[in-house]
Each structure stands twice: as C-alpha cells, then as structure tokens.
Design a protein around this ligand. Structure first.
Ligand code: C2E
Ligand code: MG
Ligand code: MG
Ligand code: MG
Length: 278
C-alpha cells in the first residue's frame, strides 16, 4: 500500500500543474526557435524631459510576435531566465538597441540615450561585460549613451560578484538605473551601496499620485532623495496629462508612459524622434 510520503509525488500530476509545466515547456521550445529564426524584435518607448518636451532617448523592450499579437515579456522573460536563454536574448537586445540608437542619433545630430533592461540572472556571470562591450563596439555608440535598467533582484539570492560587475559596467562609462523603484523592500540600501545614476519610480506610484496623497508623498520623497543623492529621476507609466503636469512641478528629469508614447518599432521611433512632446 502507499505510505504517506508518496502523496506529494502524486500531486505533481494534477491537471493544473501539468498544464503550467506544459505552458513553460512550450514557451521554452518556442523561444529556442524564435532565437534561432530571429523572430524577436526590439521596440522603443521614448522618454522626454517634462519641461521642454524634448526627446531624450528610449527604453528598449523586447517583443516576441505570435499569431494574435505578442507574447508578454512577463511570461517569457522568467522562462528565459530559468533556461539560460536570457543571455542570448539579452545580447541580441543590447546589440539591436545600440545599433538602432547609433543610427538615429546620427540622423538627428543628437546623442540619444538608450535604456536596456537587464535581468538579474545576467549578473550571475561575467558574460554581461563581454556582451555589453560587443554591442558598444559593433554599433559605435558612446558608452555614455547606454543605461542599464536593473531591478533590486540583482542583489537578491546571493548573486556573488554582481557588485563587482556593476562597478565594471560603470567603469566602461555605462550608467545604471534602478528600475521599478519603490516596489521592493531594500532598494534604499542598494542605492547607497552601488553606483546608480538614475532612479526610475515604479508606475504604480505614478498612476496613484493624482488620487492618492500617500502615493504623491512617496513620489515627492523619492524625487527629494534622488536630488540629494544627485541621481537623475525617471517616472514610468505616465498615462494622463495631470500626472505629467504634477511630475513637471516636482522637477522629475524624465517622463515615460502611454500618455507620451507607446513602445513602437524602430521605423516609427525614427518618425516621432523629431517631435517634441508639449
Ligand atoms: P519594465 O522595464 O518596468 O518596463 C515597463 C513596462 O511597462 C513595459 O511592459 C511597458 O510596455 C509598460 N508601460 C510603459 N508605459 C506604460 C503606461 O503608461 N502604462 C502601463 N500600464 N504600462 C506601461 P512590457 O514591455 O510588457 O515589459 C514588461 C517587463 O518585462 C519590463 O518591465 C521588463 O522588466 C521586462 N522586459 C521587457 N523587455 C526586456 C528585455 O529586453 N530584457 C529583459 N531582461 N527584460 C525585459
Ligand atoms: Mg525597464
Ligand atoms: Mg519599470
Ligand atoms: Mg516593471
């Protein structure tokens, strides 16, 4: 007869579990094909200086087209992280984003910034340095135009060596931005310990700030802190004019969100790059 200890193993095969494993398996296989067949695209979401309405640059966001639209990065990035596919994906996004930004900067006669999301998992190995250097070399972009957006996940889970890699990145002239600021527990102590240049306030607070005095206070305090630490401050997820005006009055350096511009393909980014947002 079955002893008690076999019960957990039987639960393994319940329907919802196998459906979710199946889903991950399909994503992994699909991603492998997407990487080989160059199906992944890079979209750009511009960010602006609120006062002048001037385009400053864009954030690169990976896109994986499927039959109905796009597979959400929130679904496949975690899979890529757990299979190791994130390295190839990350290197590809870095290269594409730097090359496109170099081209557009030449066309505009103005050095645009390109912010690239980098997974904490990429900081588990030295490869990130070589991949970054290669993207910079191939594109001919200035390292100072490149910003890496990282979340506090970089520091969680004992990723030894991450701190040293961050120092190396900064020594190259590349800048660091703390993404989704306010979402985690420990961002403050990480800001203190590591060489960040920008702080990107999470869209949750930006979206709440007009209605919620608490959210407003948190945004205001984040701005004051960033100024005291001489960090640039970016607001993500700006969806309304009221939010934008509020951010302008708080002297936020850069604003990004659907109200200003959606993530778009490179040819569209080229078209809007000349337009100020006022
Ligand atoms: P994130 O870096 O915080 O990027 C912001 C996300 O918010 C993007 O979703 C963007 O499309 C969305 N967004 C922008 N403006 C607004 C707005 O006004 N309102 C709302 N509701 N959403 C807005 P997306 O493209 O689905 O990316 C989700 C996350 O996936 C990113 O969050 C980032 O963590 C990750 N990701 C995306 N591309 C890459 C990549 O190339 N590499 C890595 N490692 N992660 C990526
Ligand atoms: Mg980001
Ligand atoms: Mg973010
Ligand atoms: Mg996010």
């Amino acid at each position: 007869h079955f002893s008690k200890k076999y019960k957990p193993a039987l639960r393994f095969y319940d329907e919802t579990m196998s459906a979710s494993f199946r889903y991950r398996f399909d994503l992994e296989q699909g991603l492998r094909k997407a990487l080989i067949d160059s199906e992944l695209q890079v979209y750009y979401q511009p960010f602006y200086a609120p006062g002048s309405g001037e385009l400053v640059g864009a954030e690169a966001l990976v896109r994986w087209p499927d039959k109905t639209g796009f597979v959400s990065p929130a679904d496949f990035i975690p899979v890529a992280e757990s299979t190791g596919q994130i390295r190839a994906l990350g290197a590809l996004v870095l290269k594409r984003a730097c090359c496109d930004t170099r081209l557009l900067s030449e066309q505009l006669g103005k050095k645009l910034v390109i912010a690239v999301n980098v997974s904490p998992v990429q900081f588990a190995s030295n490869d990130i340095i070589a991949d970054l250097q290669e993207a910079i070399n191939i594109s001919g972009i200035d390292a100072t135009q490149v910003v890496l957006e990282i979340t506090e996940g970089v520091f969680i889970g004992q990723i030894a060596g991450a701190a040293r890699l961050l120092e190396e990145v900064v020594a190259m002239g590349v800048r660091l931005s703390m993404d989704d600021f306010g979402q985690g527990y420990s961002s403050l102590s990480y800001l203190r310990m590591h060489p960040f240049s920008f702080l990107k306030i999470d869209k949750l607070f930006i979206q709440g700030m007009v209605q919620s005095p608490q959210d407003y206070a948190l945004v205001q305090a984040s701005v004051a802190m960033a100024q005291a630490l001489q960090l640039g401050i970016v607001a993500e997820g700006v969806e309304t004019r009221e939010q934008l005006e509020m951010l302008e009055s708080l002297s936020v350096d850069y604003a990004q969100g659907f109200y200003l511009a959606r993530p778009m393909a490179f040819d569209e980014y080229q078209k809007v790059a000349n337009i100020k947002h006022v």
